[in-house]
Write a protein that binds this ligand. Structure first.
Ligand SMILES: [Zn+2]
Length: 191
């Protein structure tokens, strides 16, 4: 596990779970996929630290020839939200293709009855309390509510509303949950 410190609050975190920032031209940019070359600094992926870097003098002075931010402060939350949504979509597709993602109350309940174990249970923001209660009981998991509505979740599939999906344990499931949680943290209200 590779750890890095957050340039704003000084706390440590696993590199993959932090936001990486690198210099391109004379500006500091968020490097979403952590693939750009060069020296980097990191922040936590919470609003306080992502916004805080804009006021942290040592952020820009850590680099030679860096005098501005590539994404203006008023756009950074939108930037994170948009990227988190893209990454969620990407891992959604991978999880579907690899069969670790199952959707729909009946299918998940049937699989749970057959002994399939899941490690995440994810509900649409407008899923009914009854659906949540029944499936949590059936799977023994505490469900997570996303900012995605049934309609928006359905767009990840065949366009029909989806109120719930479940993930079997896998690296890709972990990634999907990471980005969905990120999206939840950076979004107010349903989407
Ligand atoms: Zn921090």
């Amino acid at each position: 596990m590779t750890e890095r410190s957050c340039v704003f609050c000084g706390g440590r975190g696993e590199k993959e779970e932090l936001l990486r920032w690198v210099v391109a031209g004379n500006a500091l940019f968020p490097d979403w996929t952590q693939k750009l070359e060069g020296r980097a600094i990191y922040t936590h992926f919470d609003m306080k630290c992502v916004c805080g870097i804009y006021g942290a003098k040592k952020a820009l002075s850590a680099f030679e020839k860096c005098d501005s931010f590539g994404v203006p402060q008023e756009k950074i939350l939108d930037f994170v939200r948009t990227q988190a949504e893209k990454s969620s979509d990407y891992y959604f597709a991978i999880c579907r293709r690899s069969g670790v993602l199952l959707k729909g109350q009946n299918l998940i309940a049937d699989e749970a009855d057959k002994g399939t174990s899941f490690d995440s249970l994810v509900f649409a923001s407008d899923a009914s309390a009854k659906t949540v209660r029944e499936l949590e009981k059936k799977t023994g998991l505490q469900g997570v509510k996303t900012v995605f509505s049934k309609k928006r979740l359905g767009e990840e599939f065949d366009g029909r509303d989806v109120s719930v999906f479940a993930l079997k344990p896998s690296k890709q499931s972990g990634k999907l949950m990471f980005y969905m949680n990120l999206l939840n943290n950076f979004t107010s209200g349903d989407i």
